[in-house]
Design a protein around this ligand. Structure first.
Ligand code: GTP
Ligand code: MG
Length: 202
């Protein structure tokens, strides 16, 4: 897929206020600092599309971007911020669950995890939660340039082991580096293929 156009549309706290659900939607989420903004900017080839470092704890928003007038890219507020109050966390949980349940055009969630770390409980909890809700998702390992390919293999194997404890089928996984532009074609091709499937179903 060639990105001809990527533009910011709107930010919302309410699912009802999001753009008309008439295009396939791909949402990106992960823990703070996982490299989400960098990945979105790398995919769209725009340096500042996803705002860097939205302050954790501040209003948490669902951010919509329109790509090639064909699909929505959504930047979701992340989880696992240490400094967020219990009430903000609860608010986040409610908003995100509502989004997953109600957003009818949601096609796939990209869960970003840092390739350097063994599976962390908040990530596993979140992934298992998506599975339980029946939300289609893939896992994106970020920052693979920071270590050897072998070390990334071992993180991925650890995730697979953990997920197999609960799930028969494993999600698709992508290795990425925003720094080295790795994984870009793989992710965009994946979106292209899924978009084609969605179109065939209509
Ligand atoms: P918040 O929105 O603040 O939660 O962070 P984020 O998940 O959007 O992460 P962001 O893209 O801002 O990146 C966090 C830090 O990791 C920055 O210093 C980035 O330069 C760095 N970073 C992100 N992706 C990569 C990568 O692929 N390789 C390397 N080496 N550094 C990366
Ligand atoms: Mg960010």
């Amino acid at each position: 897929m060639i990105i001809k156009e990527a533009k910011f549309l709107m930010s919302n706290t309410k699912v009802e206020a999001c753009p008309t659900p008439d295009k396939p939607e791909y949402a990106f989420i992960g823990r703070s600092n996982v490299g989400k903004s960098s990945l979105i900017n790398m995919l769209t080839e725009q340096k500042k599309l996803a705002k860097t470092s939205s302050q954790p704890g501040k209003t948490q928003l669902i951010n919509h971007f329109l790509i090639n007038n064909e699909w929505y890219l959504v930047d979701l507020p992340g989880y696992g911020y240490a400094k967020v109050s219990k009430s903000s966390r609860e608010e986040w949980r409610r908003m995100i669950n509502f989004y997953f349940q109600k957003r009818e055009n949601l096609t796939c969630v990209f869960v970003l995890v840092d390739a350097r770390h063994e599976p962390l409980q908040p990530d596993l909890d979140f992934i298992n939660h998506l599975g339980t809700m029946g939300v289609p998702f893939v896992i994106v390992f970020t920052k693979v340039d920071k270590q050897s390919a072998l070390k990334t293999d071992s993180t991925i194997a650890a995730y697979e082991r953990k997920l197999r404890e609960t799930w028969e089928e494993l999600p698709q996984m992508f290795r990425t580096s925003a720094e080295k532009q790795m994984g870009r074609d793989e992710i965009l091709n994946f979106i292209d293929e899924v978009n084609a499937q969605v179109q065939n179903q209509q």
